[in-house]
Design a protein around this ligand. Structure first.
Ligand code: NAD
Ligand code: GLY
Length: 358
């Protein structure tokens, strides 16, 4: 097992990465606050796979354990779904000595974190991420949220978990397309921070797609370490944390224009990364070779690299509406070289238009 520490003063915590972690969860909870009861928040599919083993792991740490189920999917990351969990907590008189346990992908992780941040003005929670995307991204860093009918993640809080335990065994049940979607975020870390990781992904795609343990451990650990470093430097995204949004300006527009139904988040980010690289090259920030490497790597992991067919004006309009648009400007993370990016607060519409037009 590997252990990383994310250093955020009194909000610091460990990130554990390894196989067979969920059955031994109880061994890793002794430092947590004096919780007596735990509520696992999960969805029916993940509960069926891992609910029992997690429940037993928590019981060995002396916790009384119950489970709350949220129906499957992004459309259930809402205040109404949070309300069903608040109802359960209040009706069953849970107090501040309660540990919430997020068991699932990013939807469950974001929702549970949000409930933990708000119930009784904040109770502790831990993340047990079971998708590749949630293992390398959403479970680390304390961004919690629910969606609003007008947009994704519009209601939320920065609220750090007390522990992230990444059991690689959970990936064996993950559908292949979900695994590939998680790879997009790992490619992102290579582009923004780590040329060695990028080269490793280029060389080892077959082993990685076959879920070779050593490869998985290495790329997940490296990704979490990069994310931890970024969050340590800028926990509340005042500036530097925005580098994690590489590929997201166009990626979010792709998701919104296709009504969040055609592409998984990671797939949309893959397209967004390719076009952010093309824009960077057009603006003279990076070489054509850099664009080719990013595009080739995205495609090697079976991810889409072409924009769905909407007029460029639609893309631009949607980018202006994104919550990450800045003072009515469209912000991009542009790549200078593999491993080095730049936050550019204002990119001219005419330049964006050019890159979006085939
Ligand atoms: P998800 O949570 O919807 O999970 C994808 C699917 O995989 C679901 O159907 C789920 O039931 C299933 N699943 C989960 N684990 C499984 C397993 N081990 N075996 C079989 N099936 C399994 O999707 P996701 O990609 O994990 O997360 C997407 C969410 O994460 C979005 O809501 C996005 O906004 C959020 N997100 C948050 C952050 C952050 O920093 N907080 C970062 C990136 C993404
Ligand atoms: N996923 C982007 C962030 O955590 O900031």
């Amino acid at each position: 097992m590997k252990k990383l520490r994310i250093d955020l003063a009194d909000r610091s915590y460990d990130i554990l990465i390894g196989r067979n972690l969920l059955p031994r969860l109880g061994d890793h909870l002794s430092h947590l606050p004096s919780a007596r009861r735990a509520l696992i928040v999960t969805n029916p599919a993940v509960k069926k796979l891992y609910g029992e083993v997690v429940s037993e792991g928590l019981q060995t740490a002396g916790l009384a354990v119950k489970c709350a189920e949220i129906p499957e999917g992004e459309k259930h990351k809402t205040l109404q779904d949070a309300q069903t969990v608040y109802d359960h907590l209040i009706e069953n008189q849970y107090d501040r000595n309660t540990l919430l346990v997020a068991l699932g992908g990013g939807v469950i992780g974001d929702l549970t974190g949000f409930i933990a941040a708000t119930f009784l003005r904040g109770v502790p929670y831990i993340q047990l991420p079971t998708t590749l995307l949630s293992q390398v991204d959403s479970s680390v860093g304390g961004k919690t949220a629910v969606n609003h009918p007008r947009g994704k993640n519009l209601i939320g809080a920065f609220y750090q978990p007390r522990l992230v335990a990444i059991d690689l065994d959970t990936l064996s049940s993950l559908p292949a397309d979900e695994f590939r979607a998680g790879m997009a975020e790992i490619i992102k870390y290579g582009v923004i921070e780590d040329p060695k990781l990028f080269a490793f992904l280029e060389k080892n795609s077959e082993k990685i797609l076959a879920q070779d343990t050593q490869c998985l451990e290495r790329i997940i650990e490296t990704s979490c370490a990069i994310k931890a470093k970024v969050v340590e430097r800028d926990e509340r995204e005042s500036n530097y944390r925005m580098v994690l949004n590489f590929g997201h300006t166009i990626g979010h527009a792709v998701e919104a224009l296709t009504a969040y139904s055609q592409f998984k988040h990671g797939e949309a980010i893959a397209i967004g990364m390719v076009y952010a690289a093309k824009l960077s090259c057009q603006l003279g920030k990076c070489s054509k070779e850099t664009v080719t490497r990013i595009e080739a790597l995205v495609e090697r992991y079976g991810l889409p690299s072409r924009l769905p067919d909407f007029p460029s004006g639609k893309y631009i309009e949607t980018m202006y509406r994104d919550k990450k648009a800045h003072d009515k400007n469209i912000r991009f993370i542009l790549v200078k070289d593999i491993g080095t990016v730049e936050i550019v607060d204002r990119v001219a519409e005419s330049d964006i238009q050019k890159v979006l037009t085939p």
